[in-house]
Design a binder for this molecule. Structure first.
Ligand SMILES: [Zn+2]
Length: 246
């Protein structure tokens, strides 16, 4: 127990550090900026951050959400992404235990978090992060089966998109949706994949009702549905079986 708590804290600290890097990806990739150079600077005054201004989660709290130089407000999005990623990593650690593939599954979910944040802002997601999520999802036991599950989902979504596009006479499912679906299938397998899809659709209904005329980004709901299903897979699958077979 104490041993698990110790690793849990370590995993959380590692998770918020990865979250800090996700903030760099979220900010720079849609703007086509280099992700490793230059070092982080305040977007308002341009002063380079010192290392102690750059400690995930804690610096934002100590600086009270303001730049140390110009006192301009720093968006709460930064610490929230770090916190969310830290919690995701800890939840996955308690779900899977200290297995060798934990970092890869966790990185796949981290990529889904970054994709969600980018989709919320730009209504589009970059292919490179999308493929990274898929590749990380495949680095785990039974990777051939995971690859096949991903392939079935990709082909299924491609055909579905093709049919819906013909019927509705407009583009229905893009390449990005197909890759996200493949990642979901690689992470979850079947029938959990369908549970996650169903859950994502339910979660997406609420904001769709409020935003009738504007687009609702779908990736955040897919990512959330996938995480909830992944963490509760066993009982959700037995619930589904109970509903289907009584
Ligand atoms: Zn500043």
């Amino acid at each position: 127990m104490e041993y698990n708590l110790f690793i849990g804290i370590f995993v959380f600290l590692f998770g918020i550090s990865v979250g800090s890097f996700l903030n760099v990806l979220i900010y720079r990739i849609p703007k086509n900026l280099n992700i490793s150079f230059p070092p982080s600077a305040c977007p308002s005054c341009g002063n380079r951050l010192k290392w102690y201004h750059n400690i995930p989660l804690f610096s934002w709290i100590f600086l009270k959400g303001k730049c140390a130089f110009c006192k301009e407000k720093i968006s709460a999005r930064y610490p929230l992404v770090e916190l969310a990623n830290g919690l995701i990593w800890v939840a996955l650690f308690y779900k899977l235990g200290a297995v060798w593939y934990l970092p890869f599954i966790a990185l796949s979910f981290s990529m889904l978090l970054a994709l969600s944040m980018i989709d919320l802002e730009y209504y589009a997601v970059p292919d490179n992060l999308n493929y990274a999520a898929l590749i990380f999802a495949l680095i785990a036991p039974n990777f051939i089966n995971r690859g096949l599950d991903a392939l079935y989902a990709a082909v299924g979504f491609f055909l579905l998109g093709f049919i819906v596009s013909k019927l509705a006479k407009r583009d229905a499912l893009g390449e990005a949706d197909i890759i996200v679906a493949a990642t979901m299938a690689a992470l979850l397998g079947y029938p959990a994949f369908f549970i996650a899809m169903f859950l994502s659709a339910i979660l997406a209904i609420v904001p769709s009702l409020f935003a009738k005329d504007t687009m609702v980004p779908f990736v955040p709901f897919l990512a959330l549905g996938t995480l909830i299903t992944y963490l509760n897979k066993e009982w959700l699958v037995s619930l589904l079986q109970a509903i289907m077979y009584g």
